[in-house]
Design a protein around this ligand. Structure first.
Ligand code: 5GP
Length: 211
């Protein structure tokens, strides 16, 4: 893809996209922010800032690391990786802690919903964990009352390779700050020349917008 075809996004723009989404984020009202690393790391921390209410503790941010294995191709012998296309490089540790998913509103944060493969995988794996934890406690998944929401900076308008369950893909639970055509988005944290990156973002109108 040529440089001209990329959409450049500045740090200011990211910050404002999250600020703009705050009413919807507050409506979902997460107890836990779950960042999908690496792209979700910086937005997740910014989301926490905008959710902070005076006198209340910060919403906890945790991270999972997922890797897309689409490019392994047929040369790989690991059928499971190819089948799922995503592998957990790092996941949540439930052992030896009182941490549980049960009864929580969990906001999964990533930078972009492209083919939806990663978000589909994350939600499915988390739902499996909820099932296990509910079973261990002798309650049903419904009684567990865990809700998953998603926040992304950009949702690409394109045919997706995977779906999200209806309880997640709805007006309240699925929050995309912007819907965008199928272009490559250059995020500021990927840049090793932030001056040129920001200049391009300004030229494209993707920097701070003043009220
Ligand atoms: P998925 O296809 O599973 O929705 O997205 C997988 C990952 O590919 C995203 O989390 C993101 O890291 C990366 N990705 C997809 N589209 C873009 C894009 O336009 N720009 C950047 N920087 N990363 C992208």
């Amino acid at each position: 893809m040529s440089e001209e075809e990329k959409v450049y996004i500045s740090y200011n723009h990211v910050h404002q996209l999250i600020q703009e989404s705050t009413p919807r984020l507050k409506k979902f009202n997460p107890d836990l922010i779950l960042s999908v690393a690496g792209g979700g790391l910086i937005p997740a921390r910014q989301v926490r800032t905008f959710l902070k209410e005076p006198g209340s503790p910060n919403v906890r941010v945790m991270a999972v690391v997922l890797s897309l294995y689409e490019d392994l191709g047929s040369s790989s012998t690991d059928a499971e990786k190819i089948g799922k296309q995503v592998v957990r490089t790092q996941w949540l540790d439930y052992q030896n802690t009182d941490f549980t998913l049960l009864g929580k509103n969990i906001l999964i944060v990533d930078e972009v919903d492209d083919t939806r493969t990663t978000l589909n995988y994350a939600v499915n794996e988390l739902k499996k964990d909820v099932e296990e934890q509910a079973k261990a406690k002798g309650i049903s998944v419904e009684e567990a009352n865990t809700n998953f929401g998603i926040f992304v900076l950009h949702n690409k308008l394109k045919p997706k390779k995977a779906d999200l369950p209806a309880e997640v893909y709805n007006e309240t639970n699925y929050i995309a700050a912007r819907e965008i055509e199928d272009v490559w988005i250059a995020y500021p944290w990927e840049s090793n020349d932030i001056v040129t990156h920001t200049r391009k973002a300004i030229e494209q109108g993707n920097d701070v917008f003043l009220p």
